[in-house]
Design a binder for this molecule. Structure first.
Ligand SMILES: C[S@@+](CC[C@H](N)C(=O)[O-])C[C@H]1O[C@@H](n2cnc3c(N)ncnc32)[C@H](O)[C@@H]1O
Length: 244
């Protein structure tokens, strides 16, 4: 892992574009950064995207893999309405310090406005990471547009996949598109009480008709990151509906 990312994990701090020190909050934990890198390598990624850049921990992890793979024209699109305002350009500064900024393109705005622009440009993605606004509706929209750009065989990763909003989107993916859940090592150390709670929640969802894949705690509920491989470009029939 690159030294800037290591430094952020060690100190919990970084410096923004104006030279001000910032406390880093809300970034992906180290284990999840490793998962992003693992699937970036597996995809032999050239073009990647994430919603939600913030301090750019996931961004640093993904850009580092793009550099290592070394494909011509490699680019990581990062969508965030608040990068230069709320976060003071901290992710941009971190990428500069790591020498990875040339691989990064900031799409400054909310994902529901930025994703259609990228789709219109004809961008084809090898890997996409959803970590923007975490409610069900925004996450579903992120997925809807990303699905249209992700190539078959490419990887979709969702952060905080144990949140109820994300579990619901995962249910949609399982019922309305063709994606395969990929095994991910559990990255959150839950207490046995939390594990039991997750399990009970999963079973009650399953009893209410949620697809099995979205409730299997060993794959989806316990790690904070869920990974899916897109199997094919698929849209169901005009009349199709399944509960999720
Ligand atoms: C959890 S943080 C992202 C963390 C980042 N992936 C990392 O690992 O460092 C979520 C970020 O989403 C951004 N955000 C808020 N609304 C958004 C929207 N409508 N579209 C995309 N990103 C949004 C915020 O700036 C916020 O910092």
């Amino acid at each position: 892992m690159n030294s800037i990312l290591e430094e952020i994990y060690r100190t919990g701090r970084c410096v923004d574009l104006h030279g001000a020190e910032r406390r880093v909050t809300g970034g992906v934990p180290r284990d999840d950064a490793c998962v992003l890198q693992e699937f970036g390598r597996l995809a032999k990624a050239r073009t990647t995207l994430e919603t939600g850049v913030a301090f750019g921990l996931s961004t640093l992890a993904i850009c580092e893999v793009l550099e290592q793979i070394g494909k011509h024209g490699a680019c990581h699109y990062g969508i965030d309405p608040d990068q230069r305002t709320v976060h003071g350009g901290a992710a941009i500064q971190n990428l500069r310090r790591a020498g990875l900024d040339r691989l990064f393109e900031l799409c400054e705005g909310p994902s529901h406005l930025m994703l259609p622009r990228l789709l219109e440009k004809g961008i084809v993605l090898d890997l996409a990471f959803i970590d923007g606004w975490h409610t069900f509706d925004y996450t579903l929209l992120d997925f809807f547009y990303i699905d249209k750009m992700l190539r078959p065989g490419g990887f979709l990763l969702l952060h905080d996949c144990n949140w109820r909003s994300k579990v619901k989107v995962i249910g949609y993916i399982g019922t309305h598109r063709k994606y395969k859940p990929m095994p991910v090592r559990a990255t959150t150390r839950l207490s046995s009480k939390q594990r039991l709670k997750e399990l009970a929640l999963g079973i009650s969802r399953w009893l209410r008709g949620a697809p099995y894949e979205s409730v299997r705690p060993s794959q989806v509920c316990l790690p904070t990151i869920a990974v899916f491989q897109k199997l094919e470009n698929f849209e169901p029939d005009y009349r199709f509906f399944r509960n999720f």
